[in-house]
Design a protein around this ligand. Sequence first.
Ligand code: TGC
Ligand code: FAD
Length: 423
Amino acid sequence: MQIYNGFKTHINSPTFLYTLAFICYFYKKNMSNIREFEPVDFYNIDDLLTEEQKLIRNSIRDFVSKEISPNIEKWFEENHFPLEIVKKMGETGIFGPNVSQKYGGGDLDFISYGLIMQELERGDSGMRSAASVQSSLVMFPIEAYGSEEQKNKYLPKLASGEILGCFGLTEPDYGSNPGGMISRLEDKGDHYLLNGSKMWISNSPKADIAVVWAKDENKRIKGVIVEKDMEGFSAPKTDGKLSLRSSLTGELVFDNVKVPKENVLPNKDGLGAPLGCLDKARYGISWGAIGVAMDCYDAAKKYSLERKQFDKPIGSFQLIQKKLAEMLTEITKAQLLCWKLGKLMDEGKATTAQISLAKRNNVEIALKIAREARQIHGGMGITNDYPMMRHMMNLESVITYEGTHDIHLLILGHEITGIQAFS
Ligand code: TGC
Ligand code: FAD
């Protein structure tokens, strides 16, 4: 009886009630975060995948459900990139899936790479961004254009997540037109002196190395590997982003940085070298956008069956069904596009214009689906109990980086007519 009375006093205490309220709030928040994701596969596209590809896709899906989805709204709200995720991604085999096993990579096909990007971006575009940069923009150029020493020195550590990389192409005055870059490499005998700056660089504030593109005295673009401790090199963070808030973005500033000649990527130069990396990353984004679209569609479908208005689930109204049917149609088209593009990538036949078409189409449909899914959620759709607003804000970066939506349209226009309309 004494114990009972003590408990009664306890449950009436403000501390207990406050704690209970907090637990309920925390539970509700986390319950909404751990909405069980149901994959979208209306055309049985799984039948086109190998057992290995399905296994890889499922293991990344589990990784996202365990490591990303429960935390992502908090990271996004706090504008926080969890550096510890880099090691976890490395251990899961997310970095360098197409890089040779000899250097710690996965030696996987391009559809497997795409599926990894799809699952990561379902979690968050910022997480996919970190992985895209590491795999396609840092590991790829080192493997494709680097020396044997560079490959042995950097690739295994990048693959395991022991070190993080970034890719510096864009400059304050040269975004869509990277060929105009003004960063300079001056030959000083045993080293180059690097001067200039880069802007909007994913991963840069915490990166251990940067693959940087700059012009030599002959105005030829070369790639160099800059290490974070090199004197005269800094990487300040870019604040105030309302998009990709769980991804780090910053500048790269070079003030007479001495870059040893052995850090120059020896096997390719010219603008084609960085643009070749972009092809790989843009391909990954075209799959990533499907992940976002599936997440938004899944949330909208479930909400439309639970939410009642006029005494019926809103999913029973034709206008809601139209939205859902159109989302499913666009997701299915995007999946088929990516699967075929993956095959072309594996055969070494995919063209830049084909990749542009997929990146442009899939990011656009993902953005439209995020907006429609947000509308289906009514007022609830603007809160972080649901993922649509975060995805929408992220996609505003995705539709801009790796070539803006209109630059990809112009790449297609050039392909169709043979006439370039950039300048
Ligand atoms: P253009 O005259 O067309 O080409 C110059 C040279 O490059 C060759 N080339 C390519 N080579 C390999 N792959 C490609 N995709 C290539 N596209 C072109 C071309 O053959 C030529 O070679 P050569 O030997 O004749 O000199 O170049 P342009 O100056 O007219 O520019 C064309 C344009 C506008 C399409 C191009 O510059 C472009 O794509 N602009 C967009 C810039 C962009 O995408 N920046 C991305 C920065 S990185 C980033 O955003 C990372 S975000 C990562 C994340 O967080 O996920
Ligand atoms: P601008 O080139 O100034 O374009 C402004 C507008 O003009 C756009 O609408 C564009 O489509 C339009 N435009 C430009 N030229 C033409 C034309 N010829 N015809 C018609 N319209 C035109 N860069 C890196 O190098 N590494 C990174 O890791 C990286 N990460 C990024 C992360 C984030 C979050 C963001 C936002 C950007 C990142 N970028 C990175 C830079 C990105 O690639 C550029 O922002 C992009 O290429 C566009 O360049 P810009 O912002 O200078 O826009």
